[in-house]
Design a protein around this ligand. Structure first.
Ligand code: TTP
Ligand code: MG
Length: 362
C-alpha cells in the first residue's frame, strides 16, 4: 500500500527555546553548549541559532572554535530539563495527529498518516488514484495544522516533511528548513533525490561519503550507477541499504515501540592526559554507569565498543563482539579495559576523551 509518512523536526531547537525565554536575544547569534571559557573551553556546541550559523558555527563543533568564529555570540549552557519539558509538550500535540507515531529524539518524530487519511478520504467509488491524491491533500492540511498548533501553543517553529517513507520524509524536512513544509509525492521522489549530495542520505556518514567521493561519486544520481553488488563489496550489509535509499526505497515502519539499541557513556577530560590512573579510574566509573543502566533495563549485551579521542581530535573506536550475549560485569570490565589498553599502546598522544558502549542488546 502507498504510505504517507510525515517527519517533524523543530528548528534550531535548544537555541530557539532560549530565544523564546529571552526575547532580547532575537536577531543575535546564540550558541548553546559547553562553557567557552574565553576560548579555552573544552566541550562542544549543542546547537546554534541561524544568526550564529552564518559564522560557520555548527552542532558538534568544539566550543573553542565557535568562540573563535564569533566571540560576541551569546553563549548559553544546556538547560536540558527545560528542553525536555518543552519536548514532552510538543510530542503530546504531535501524537494527536495520528495513532501511529515514533519519537526519534527530543525534537524529531515521525507520524504515519496513511490509515488516517485513507479512512477519511479514500472513497472507493472514486478509485484508488483519486483516493491517494485526496489523501495527500489531507496530509498537507494536517501538517499545516500541526505547525500552527505548535506555534500557537509553544511559540516555536518547526519544519515538516511528507513523503512515501521515512527516508524521503526526513530529507524533505531537511531541505525545507527553517519553518518549512515540503511534500514529495511518490512520482516526485526520483527528481527530488537525484541532485542531492550522497551524504544527505541517512546512513551515509562522513567516512562512507569520503570513500564515494574518492571514486568520483558526489550526487545520488551518480550513486545510482553503482550496482547493489558493488555497494555490498564496498560497505558490507549497509551497502544494500544505501542502494535502496538512493532509489527512495525504505520499508521501515513508523513504530512507537521504544527500541534501545545501545547504552553508552563518554567523558572529556578537563585536560588532555596520559595519566594512566586517571584514565583507567575514569573508565571504570563509565563502565559502572553503563552496567547500571543495562541492569535497570534487564539487558544482556554482545558487543562492547570503546571510543578514544586524542589531543588533535583524532577519534577511534574499537569493538569486541562476544560469542554469546552475557550480563557478566567482570567480562564487560575485562574486555572493555583490554580495548582501551590497545589504544594506549598503539597511540602515544595525549587523551582527550574516552567512552564505552554496549550494543547488540537482548
Ligand atoms: P537537530 O534537530 O539536529 O538540530 P537543531 O534543531 O538545533 O537545528 P535544525 O534547525 O537544523 O533542526 O538537533 C536537535 C537538538 O539536539 C539541538 O537543538 C541540540 C541537540 N544536539 C546536540 O546537543 N548535539 C548535536 O550534535 C546535535 C546534532 C544536536
Ligand atoms: Mg531540529
Amino acid at each position: 500500500m502507498q504510505r504517507i509518512i510525515l517527519h517533524i523536526d523543530m528548528d534550531y531547537f535548544f537555541a530557539q527555546i532560549e530565544e523564546r525565554e529571552n526575547p532580547q536575544f532575537k536577531g543575535k547569534p546564540v550558541v548553546v553548549g559547553a562553557d567557552p571559557k574565553g576560548g579555552k573551553g573544552r566541550g562542544v556546541v549543542s546547537t546554534a541559532n541561524y544568526e550564529a550559523r552564518k559564522y560557520g558555527i555548527k552542532s558538534g563543533m568544539p566550543i573553542s572554535k565557535a568562540y573563535q568564529l564569533c566571540p560576541n555570540a551569546i553563549f548559553l549552557p544546556v538547560n536540558i530539563d527545560l528542553y525536555q519539558k518543552v519536548s514532552n509538550e510538543i510530542m503530546e500535540i504531535m501524537e494527536k495527529y495520528s495513532p501511529i507515531s515514533e519519537i526519534v529524539s527530543l525534537d524529531e518524530a515521525y507520524l504515519d498518516l496513511t490509515e488516517y487519511s485513507h479512512i477519511l478520504e479514500n472513497m472507493r467509488m472514486f478509485g484508488e488514484k483519486i483516493g491517494i491524491e485526496k489523501s495527500h491533500k489531507r496530509a498537507e492540511k494536517l501538517a499545516r495544522q500541526l505547525k500552527k498548533e505548535i506555534f500557537e501553543k509553544e511559540k516555536l517553529t518547526c519544519t515538516v516533511g511528507i513523503g512515501p517513507n521515512k527516508t524521503v520524509a526526513k530529507l524533505a524536512a531537511e531541505k525545507a528548513k527553517p519553518d518549512g513544509l515540503k511534500m514529495v509525492k511518490p512520482d516526485e521522489v526520483e527528481k527530488f533525490l537525484d541532485p542531492l549530495d550522497v551524504d544527505d542520505l541517512p546512513g551515509i556518514g562522513p567516512k562512507t561519503a569520503e570513500k564515494l567521493r574518492e571514486i568520483g561519486i558526489n550526487k545520488i544520481l551518480e550513486l545510482k550507477k553503482l550496482s547493489k553488488e558493488k555497494l555490498k563489496e564496498m560497505f558490507g550489509k549497509v551497502g544494500e541499504r544505501i542502494w535502496e535509499r538512493a532509489r527512495g526505497i525504505d520499508e521501515e515502519p513508523v513504530s512507537s515501540e521504544e527500541i534501545i539499541k545501545s547504552i553508552g557513556r563518554q567523558i572529556t577530560f578537563e585536560r588532555d592526559t596520559r595519566d594512566a590512573k586517571l584514565i583507567f579510574g575514569t573508565f571504570e566509573k563509565l563502565i559502572k554507569e553503563v552496567y547500571e543502566e543495562l541492569m535497570q533495563n534487564n539487558f544482556s549485551f554482545k558487543t562492547i565498543t570503546v571510543i578514544c579521542r586524542f589531543k588533535n581530535f583524532e577519534t577511534h573506536t574499537k569493538s569486541e563482539t562476544l560469542k554469546k550475549p552475557t550480563k557478566d560485569f567482570e567480562i564487560f570490565k575485562k574486555e572493555a579495559k583490554k580495548l582501551l589498553l590497545k589504544f594506549l599502546i598503539e597511540n602515544t598522544k595525549l587523551v582527550r576523551l574516552i567512552g564505552v558502549r554496549v550494543s547488540n542488546l537482548s
